[in-house]
Design a protein around this ligand. Structure first.
Ligand SMILES: [Ca+2]
Length: 350
């Protein structure tokens, strides 16, 4: 990695861990040798070339993008987090973070508060209330923990200093600029939005590309706002799932048992459900409850402290993994949803 020069602290920039995206800054010396406010800033070549592409492809003003990127701050802590080897904690260690009394009672409260909007979303998109509630619960603790990183810093850090996924984050950065232009006349507003260390935004933690494609104005106030409008967040989660193929009233998962070794062929690894009931049976996979007629599934394995637990995952399970590819993520959404739904019925009856 090239060494970077630091910007003089005339703008209050902090020395140390915060490194600006400038290659160097030349300070013009005014008479008497004092630094003047006019500063010729040279951005890193890869940032310059990105700006050039945005100007050519989307008609952005070079100067306004150059200004925006001159304020971007490299976040080394994000690279540290992203570079950690993917540790797949076993299910029994992962589960308690999401299936616990705090998140269940938070879900009941959220549902009671936004019940009308959730019902409307179910009617329009076919996604049950508890699934929407659980996704928002897992993502941001019902809109409370939406992230503390400037989205622009996070996306630029990952686009320009994280080679492994640079192309993905470069695309997201492009979508972020376009999103900013679509949402506001003033691109400088982009500087103020905060999100996760990976640049996910708002109550449902949408990446900028998903924000542009799937977010909806569910409170019909003329703008889409995933940070300030819970109705927009709820409608957008439901629209996202529906757009990826959610089917109303269809099975999501069913408990299963396995025999022998052939079952491994059907284990979910990101693929669409492709095994019929008959094919599952031949692989030694059985379910106690009825396999829905004409449907296909994959096999889900969860590690418990005292052995493995198996489930069949149908199309709607696959759709939840479009929100986050991890099996543990999708299963915690489903189990949290079920806990919230049943606990809520009980609390309403009391
Ligand atoms: Ca709205």
């Amino acid at each position: 990695m090239k060494p970077r020069n630091y910007l003089p602290p005339y703008r209050g920039a902090r020395w140390g861990r915060t490194i600006r995206f400038l290659l160097h800054a030349s300070v013009f010396l005014a008479a008497g040798g004092a630094p003047a406010l006019a500063v010729a800033e040279q951005l890193r070549p890869e940032v310059e070339s990105f700006i050039g592409e945005m100007v050519a492809r989307h008609g952005f003003e070079q100067a306004s993008l150059a200004h925006i990127f001159s304020t971007v701050q490299f976040q080394p802590s994000i690279i540290t987090v992203m570079s950690r080897p993917a540790t797949s904690r076993p299910w029994y260690e992962y589960r308690p973070a999401f299936i616990n009394s705090k998140r269940i009672s938070g879900g009941i409260e959220f549902w009671n508060r936004y019940g009308g909007i959730l019902e409307q979303a179910r009617k329009e998109f076919g996604v049950p209330e508890e699934i929407i509630v659980a996704i928002i619960g897992v993502e941001t603790m019902y809109g409370v923990q939406t992230g503390s990183h400037r989205v622009l810093d996070a996306l630029a850090t990952l686009a320009f200093d994280y080679p492994r996924r640079a192309s993905f984050f470069r695309d997201e950065l492009e979508h972020y600029l376009l999103l900013g232009r679509e949402r506001s006349a003033d691109l400088a507003d982009l500087l103020n939005i905060k999100g996760s260390y990976a640049g996910a935004i708002g109550v449902p933690q949408f990446m900028p590309s998903s924000y542009r494609r799937y977010a909806v104005d569910f409170d019909h106030d003329g703008k889409i706002d995933l940070t300030g409008s819970m109705a927009d967040a709820i409608g957008s989660v439901a629209n996202y799932l529906k757009s990826y193929g959610w089917e109303a009233e269809q099975a999501i998962v069913l408990p299963a048992l396995v025999n022998g070794e052939k079952y491994r062929a059907a284990l979910f690894a990101g693929q669409k459900p492709g095994y019929s009931a008959e094919e599952m049976r031949k692989l030694g996979i059985i379910t106690r409850t009825g396999f829905p007629l004409g449907r296909h599934a994959t096999l889900i394995k969860l590690e418990n402290a005292d052995g493995n637990e198996y489930w069949l995952g149908f199309n709607n399970f696959y759709v939840i993994t479009r929100y986050n590819r991890s099996v543990h993520y999708a299963m915690s959404v489903l189990q949290l949803a079920e806990h919230i739904r049943t606990a809520r019925i009980f609390s309403v009856q009391q």
